[in-house]
Design a protein around this ligand. Structure first.
Ligand code: PLP
Length: 479
């Protein structure tokens, strides 16, 4: 047994560290060893339980209702109900699916009817999970551009995009890419005015903003206190610092949730009754989330939120002073996006940071905005701020020294002309090897991702997507 576990540990040596605050995306570290230990113990204790049927594991029902109640209290949902899901994406998917299936009322007072070709109005900064929902559920996304300085949408433009096919309007609190909170009050008002649901994606901010507010920090209105907000997603496995696999989807009241549930009695087995996309569903993430939330508690979260937020503001202030760097938008919570000037290759900065043990996340150029780096600051990072700023300074200088990654103009021109639907496997193999990803099947990735990102950056989004899917297809093959 020890051999197997030792082998697992050995395999993990190649992974990014999940703790220690140096991984500034994907993972969230409270820095509280005891909270982690409790989470791990609860995962183990509940690993074999099944949330498929809330009547046979009544403890899971209690844990889930407790977590939903906690979130509803934080987000001013006095009549709110909700569901624990496997993550932010599942929460978003279900919000879209419920909106689609509930349909749409002709006026705020009439009852909803199904819409034949449903659409949803989303800001260009909405999380990609909404595009996934569009893809899965056939709800076309009507994308509204954001202001190039504030990175938030104009509520009037959102209103203008609503028509009889709209089943959902979306706002972020905050957006993942830029860390800014959309004008939720105004957006929810235009949605309500047209009888359309309004989902607030607070996956990354929903467990931070309420605690900042309790601490006296001015926080924009974003939750159920805002009339017209009908659902909110908030991830536990982000700023509630719980083990992965837990998020909450809240609805303002039970009537709005009905369309989310699924039952099938149309087969000879047990009657299937599901609240989420999963059916057999591990109780482990729910139990672990419950245990960690109980352990950290309101006062703990208040301190953690304050620590991460203070560090974020400090990071933004000091990053802006680094020659060659600027902050994309003033951080509302704990996320910072940085961009660089023409002398300074942004993707090289990411590589230089990685070389000294800091993971920052490249974001490609989009809708006329240049590429940037995304940094998610968690409480554990707060204690290492000086180190982080030093690394960023050195990485930026190194990027200036090595100069920008050059993409041959012919290659850039070719990339923008390629129609990915015309490419076959051999063509993808060729393109992947030009991009430096030709060895994916052998499991080896380039040491430096700068050249890969630079090439992807000149490709239009549909080609980026096609290349990445081809890459994943080659990466995920049994040895
Ligand atoms: C993280 C995030 C999501 C998706 O959540 P996952 O847990 O990664 O599936 C959706 N929206 C926002 C704003 C997020 O930050």
């Amino acid at each position: 047994m020890n051999d197997v576990l030792a082998r697992l540990r050995e395999l993990q040596e190649g992974d990014l560290p999940t703790h220690g605050g140096s991984t500034l995306a994907y993972v969230y570290d409270s820095g509280l060893a005891e909270a982690d230990e409790i989470g791990r113990a609860a995962l183990a204790q509940y690993g074999a339980t099944n949330g498929l049927d809330p009547t046979v594991f009544p403890s899971l029902r209690t844990l889930e209702n407790d977590l939903v109640g906690w979130a509803a209290r934080l987000l001013n949902g006095s009549s709110a109900v909700g569901t624990v899901t496997s993550g932010g994406t599942e929460s978003v998917l279900l919000a879209v699916q419920a909106a689609r299936d509930a349909g749409r009322a002709a006026s705020p007072t009439s009852s909803p009817r199904p819409v034949s070709s449903p659409t949803m109005v989303i800001p260009a900064t909405a999380h990609a999970a909404f595009h996934k929902a569009a893809h899965y559920f056939g709800v076309r996304a009507i994308v509204v551009d954001v202001d190039p300085v504030t990175f938030t949408p104009d509520p009037a433009a959102m209103a203008a995009a609503i028509d009889d096919s709209t089943v959902l309007v979306v706002a972020s609190a905050p957006s993942y890419a830029h860390g800014v909170v959309d004008p939720v009050r105004e957006i929810a008002a235009v949605a309500a005015d047209r009888g359309v649901r309004c989902h607030v994606d607070a996956c990354i901010g929903g467990w931070i903003l309420p605690y900042l507010r309790l601490d006296g920090i001015a926080v924009p209105d974003f939750d159920f206190a805002v009339p017209g907000v009908t659902s909110i997603s908030v991830d536990l496995h982000k700023y509630a610092y719980t083990p992965k696999g837990a998020s909450i989807l809240l609805h303002r009241d039970a009537s709005l949730r009905k369309a989310q549930f699924f039952a099938s009695a149309d087969w000879p087995g047990y009657t299937m009754l599901n609240s989420t996309m999963q059916s057999t569903k591990s109780g482990a993430p729910i139990a672990a989330a419950w245990a960690v939330v109980q352990h950290i508690g309101d006062s703990g979260y208040r301190q953690l939120a304050r620590a991460a937020h203070t560090a974020t503001l400090e990071l933004a202030r000091r990053a802006a002073e680094i020659d060659g760097l600027s902050v994309v938008a003033a951080p509302a919570t704990t996320l910072v996006a940085l961009r660089s000037d023409a002398r300074t290759d942004i993707f090289t900065i990411a590589d230089e940071m990685a070389a000294v043990g800091w993971f920052v996340q490249p974001q490609l150029s989009y809708r006329g905005q240049p590429p940037s780096l995304h940094l998610t600051v968690s409480a554990a990072t707060a204690t290492r701020l000086d180190e982080l700023v030093d690394a960023l300074t050195t990485a930026t200088q190194a990027a200036q020294k090595s100069g920008p990654v050059q993409i041959a103009p012919e290659l850039a021109a070719a990339a923008s002309a390629i129609d990915p639907s015309t490419l076959d496997d051999a063509a993808f193999d060729g393109l992947l090897s030009i991009a430096g990803l030709g060895d994916a099947a052998g499991g080896s990735l380039p040491e430096r991702m700068g050249p890969v990102n630079a090439l992807l950056d000149v490709a239009p989004p549909p080609l980026r997507e096609a290349l990445l899917i081809a890459f994943l297809d080659r990466l995920m093959r049994p040895a």
